[in-house]
Ligand binder design. Structure first.
Ligand code: SF4
Length: 500
């Protein structure tokens, strides 16, 4: 590291250095600092730096900090927002590292009168991991159905960027992305570059630009820099290196879906099932953090639901949106598994609350209480179950009370819904008449919600939608797939009657 500017000038600027060549063979830190300063001063677009707590974004932020600090005070006039996405299921040790770093950044920036301002960004309650997994029954994410990244990371960062765009007109987003990370990454970075500019186009927003000051750095360059240049906001980069000791990857700040999965690292979510095993968390448990063990067990429970042989046990056969059943179209027999069954979601909620209890028992009071699921998420799950799953038993408050021996300030019967007693009666009646109880519950819920309304036109569409769902039993559906047409329900006739 630290070749002279003469050496860098002698390098052939037209030749493309290979991705494994150290950046310091043809540039030095002064040169990089000047490039950052020149880019900062080139316009009045504010900067938004994506900070993940990992080595690449720390390097980027540190380079920028020194470059801006080196400018005359009168020129440090553009705000620099440092944003970090907290998925609310971050590995607890990493959350602490990120939170204390952001606090330090704000404190040091204020003391030194620098234009940095650090913020955490969070997913909306209805987009959170547990509201989707337990509330809506989205199956634990995997490589082909990685629904989490967009909801937990990309959208919150995008919202922040769009806020700043509406405030300032345009922004520059700074990322610690490196071409050497992956071929896809390199391709995407080259695709959006703007000739003759240090900036490239943002892949989604016309009013946002991207600056990637360490795009040509190798992983060794990053570590050489971090271990030789002190952190300017009072942290020790050796602590960061220690976090990496047993994990060789990080979860970068994600702005698009080409960013690699962050599952196999200390910087991903503790619930991540995109990878086979969570080696990083296993290593932390082995190293003595045994309070993390219940988290690992919960993650392993989620992972086990991905075993193809066990999917029928956990998953519905009807789609959530339209209630249709679809056969696999890959030539193999069988039905496409859909959302987790409500009974299994209830089990997951109970397990999660028990996990929270056990983790906190093991941690002890000094460490502070670790909340795995927030009250707003529990309330949103309750709403979804009651509105979409006809959960007349109102299971969320019950499960919460069973595990915690306590209650939240639940709104009582806000939907004017039916109760567990009525559910029991209905179950009996439906059993006598061989009708799916859930069908009757859904119809009665629709009626209840339209009760007293003057215009009832929309009720027919809703009833129609419910009838269009597949209400056959799994045996009937399977028989149908094998070629035997099951008896038809007589709902169509009843529905025609309703419409007249
Ligand atoms: S770490 Fe895993 S669970 Fe979290 S957003 Fe990334 S892929 Fe999804």
């Amino acid at each position: 590291m630290g070749t002279s500017s003469d050496e860098s000038e002698s390098a052939d600027a037209s030749s493309q250095p290979d991705l494994e060549t150290s950046v310091f063979e043809y540039r030095d830190l002064d040169d990089i600092r000047e490039e950052i300063q020149e880019t900062y001063l080139a316009d009045d677009r504010p900067w938004v730096i994506g900070y993940s707590g990992g080595k690449d974004s720390t390097t980027t932020l540190q380079l920028i900090w020194y470059a801006i600090d080196d400018l005359q005070e009168s020129k440090q006039d553009k705000p620099i927002y440092v944003i970090s996405s907290d998925t609310l299921v971050e590995t607890p040790k990493i959350v602490n590292h990120i939170t204390s770093t952001l606090d330090n950044i704000n404190e040091y920036a204020e003391d030194e009168d620098l234009p940095f301002e650090a913020h955490k960004v969070y997913p909306d309650v209805s987009d959170s991991f547990f509201v989707n997994l337990i509330g809506r029954g989205y199956p634990a994410p995997n490589q082909t159905f990685r629904w989490c990244t967009e909801r937990l990371k990309i959208d919150p960062a995008d919202n922040f960027i769009m806020d700043k765009v509406s405030e300032h007109g345009e922004v520059v987003v700074i990322l610690g992305a490196r071409k050497a990370e992956s071929a896809t990454r390199e391709q995407v970075m080259n695709l959006h570059s703007i000739e003759g500019s240090n900036l490239s186009r943002h892949s989604k927003f016309a009013n946002a630009f991207v600056f990637t000051p360490i795009e040509d750095w190798t992983v060794d360059d990053v570590w050489d820099y971090l271990l030789q240049v002190d952190c300017p906001w009072g942290k020790d980069n050796r602590d960061l290196a220690a976090l990496y000791q047993e994990a060789d990857d990080e979860c970068p700040m994600v702005i698009d879906t080409s960013t690699p999965s962050c599952g196999n690292s200390r910087f991903g979510c503790w619930t991540c099932t995109v990878v086979q095993e969570d080696k990083a968390m296993e290593n932390m448990v082995d190293a003595g953090d045994d309070w993390l063990e219940p988290l690992l067990q919960f993650r392993d429970l989620l992972k086990s639901t991905q075993d193809p042989n066990d999917k029928p046990k956990y998953r519905e056969v009807k789609g959530r949106r339209h209630g249709y059943v679809r056969e696999k179209d890959n030539g193999s027999d069988g039905i496409i598994p859909r959302a987790y069954k409500l009974e299994f979601r209830k089990h997951l909620l109970r397990k999660l609350l028990e996990t929270e209890k056990e983790v906190n028992d093991r941690r002890g009071d000094d460490e502070g209480y670790l909340q795995l699921i927030r009250d707003e998420e529990l309330k949103e799950i309750r709403r979804i179950w009651r509105e979409e799953e006809a959960d007349w038993e109102d299971s969320v408050p019950q499960i919460y009370h069973d595990v915690k021996d306590d209650d939240l300030d639940w709104v009582q019967n806000d939907l004017g819904s039916f109760s567990a007693e009525e559910a029991a009666v209905l179950e009996e009646v439906c059993a006598e008449h061989d009708i799916p109880p859930k069908l009757m519950k859904r119809l009665l819920d629709i009626e209840l919600r339209h009760h007293g309304m003057k215009r009832r036109a929309s009720i027919y569409n809703k009833i129609d939608k419910v009838f269009r769902e597949n209400w056959r039993s799994i045996e009937e559906i399977t028989a149908n797939i094998e070629g035997e047409e099951p008896e038809r329900w007589e709902y169509d006739l009843e529905y025609e009657d309703l419409q007249q």
